[in-house]
Design a protein around this ligand. Structure first.
Ligand code: ADP
Ligand code: ASP
Ligand code: MG
Length: 437
């Protein structure tokens, strides 16, 4: 069975919901369909939460009313039968009543997660009813009853597999299984989520749990492009990526994929295909186990990076210096992306600077600390085994007009990463495209 995930833009209007419904049923095969919230919805739900957090119930009500009217229009247009419209109105009304029930109550991240979860519940309910109206055999799988993360916010695969299979088994002859991306419960049974863009991750986790034949991520572009199309003109789709290349690109900022989405698919060697809902016949990108020898595939950029340089107080890097440094990051649960070292010091980057002050105070015990904020990691990804010749020189040449703070290669066979200032990001991306593709 295949798992198909449709992102926010793919279900972002009545016409798009209808297109997706056609796409799903076309081949007559059974499949799991994972949906994001309609585009804009998650942002609006976060805006509502922002008002509630400030105890501004009127501000929240404004956004809620606007959203509710939009959904009312969608219902009117989407369904042909009055009976289905009534059912849809009832479901959506229930959801907005629930969102309104948070007014004038203490509001924390827990309440925010409950509100943010409503986007995927709305889109899947609308699709479920639409497919029913079209006479399609459809089963609705509530993600909150099988998708779970553990205390470390990692998917609880055993639980997920067991509960998902149990739910699917209750509808043995259903053609289409519709479920929510993004939302889950945590180790304490509370409503939680897989972070922004997490529906890709849901699809991959589900794919792994049911040992799917293929995981398809349907979005608004014809696959992974060789550079970020938001900043570089003339980017082209990459037809094939291996799991490592795709994981590096996603991790280092290629927004088309959630950073951790490749991991579950790779666990069971399930191919992941990136496809375009606006152009379903385009070949897209195939992510699998196979590697195209010696090819540089794509460039991506990750924003919001802080770099930290620690120069050892002693003349030479003494035994134990590195472990002392890393232990500090470990203690503050802050993960490190890039690392470069010299005889006297180490530079590294983090993307979560919440504990920066505490970390710096600790690091100052071992040496002089220098911080650069608003930095960007630029990652060049492809088959770059160290015995392949020439790829480093091409990358360095492309960066000849861009000040580079760090360069890192050798951590994997698949990437060279560089750290630049935010204001140099677009220039770096454009120049790399010009030199590499
Ligand atoms: P969805 O809502 O379907 O999950 P996203 O907005 O999360 O879609 O991801 C698709 C977007 O990712 C594209 O519209 C594109 O602007 C952006 N993007 C960034 N880098 C890349 C890349 N290398 N290749 C393709 N798309 C990219
Ligand atoms: N709706 C969520 C978001 O906007 C998850 C997703 O779309 O993947 O981040
Ligand atoms: Mg996305």
């Amino acid at each position: 069975m295949k798992v198909l995930k449709f992102g926010g833009t793919s279900v972002g209007s009545v016409q798009r919901i209808k297109n997706v419904a056609n796409l799903i049923v076309e081949d007559g095969k059974s499949k799991v369909v994972v949906l994001s919230a309609m585009s804009g919805t998650t942002n609006s739900l976060l805006e509502i939460s922002g008002y509630y957090r400030l105890q501004n119930a009127v501000g929240a009500a404004d956004v809620i009313n606007r959203m509710e009217s939009k959904y009312a229009e969608i219902i009117n247009e989407l369904y042909a039968k009055e009976e289905t419209k009534l059912k849809a109105r009832e479901v959506i009304r229930g959801i907005y009543d629930y969102i309104r029930s948070f007014a004038n109550h203490p509001f924390t991240i827990f309440e925010e997660r409950c509100i943010v979860a409503q986007g995927e519940l709305m889109s899947t309910n609308l699709m479920n009813l639409y497919l029913q109206e079209q006479g399609v055999k459809v089963a609705f799988l509530p993600a909150l009853e099988y998708m779970r993360i553990d205390k470390n916010a990692e998917p609880d695969f055993k639980y997920i597999e067991e509960h998902l299979k149990e739910q699917m088994a209750a509808y043995p002859d259903q053609l289409i299984y519709v479920t929510q991306g993004f939302i889950c419960r945590n180790a304490y049974g509370e409503i939680d989520n897989l972070q922004r863009g997490g529906s890709d991750y849901s699809a991959s986790i589900i794919g792994a749990a049911i040992r799917a034949e293929e995981i398809q991520i349907w979005t608004d572009i014809d696959g992974m492009h060789n550079n970020d199309p938001r900043f570089v003109e003339g980017t082209k789709p990459v037809r094939n990526l291996n799991f490592d290349e795709a994981a590096e690109l996603a991790y280092f900022g290629a927004k088309i994929l959630h950073p951790t989405c490749i991991t579950p698919a790779r666990m069971y060697n399930i191919p992941v295909r990136l496809l375009n809902t606006m152009d379903p016949s385009a070949p897209g990108t195939m992510i699998s186990n196979s590697t195209e020898e010696g090819k540089i595939k794509a460039v991506a950029a990750k924003d919001g990076i802080t770099s930290i340089r620690i120069k050892s107080s002693r003349m030479l890097l003494a035994y134990g210096f590195m472990s002392q440094v890393f232990e500090v990051f470990d203690r503050y649960k802050t993960s490190v992306d890039l690392v470069t070292t010299s005889e006297v010091g180490v530079s590294l980057t983090i993307d979560n600077a919440k504990k920066l002050d505490e970390i710096v105070t600790e690091l100052k015990k071992f040496g002089t600390v220098q911080i650069d904020t608003d930095m960007v990691i630029i990652a060049v990804v492809g088959d770059m085994k160290w015995d392949n010749l020439g790829f480093e020189s091409k990358v360095i040449e492309a960066m000849s007009d861009v000040p580079v703070r760090m360069i890192s290669y050798g951590g994997s066979n698949y990437n060279i990463s560089m750290l630049v200032k935010k204001e140099d990001k677009i220039k770096a991306l454009q120049s790399l495209s010009k030199h590499l593709f």
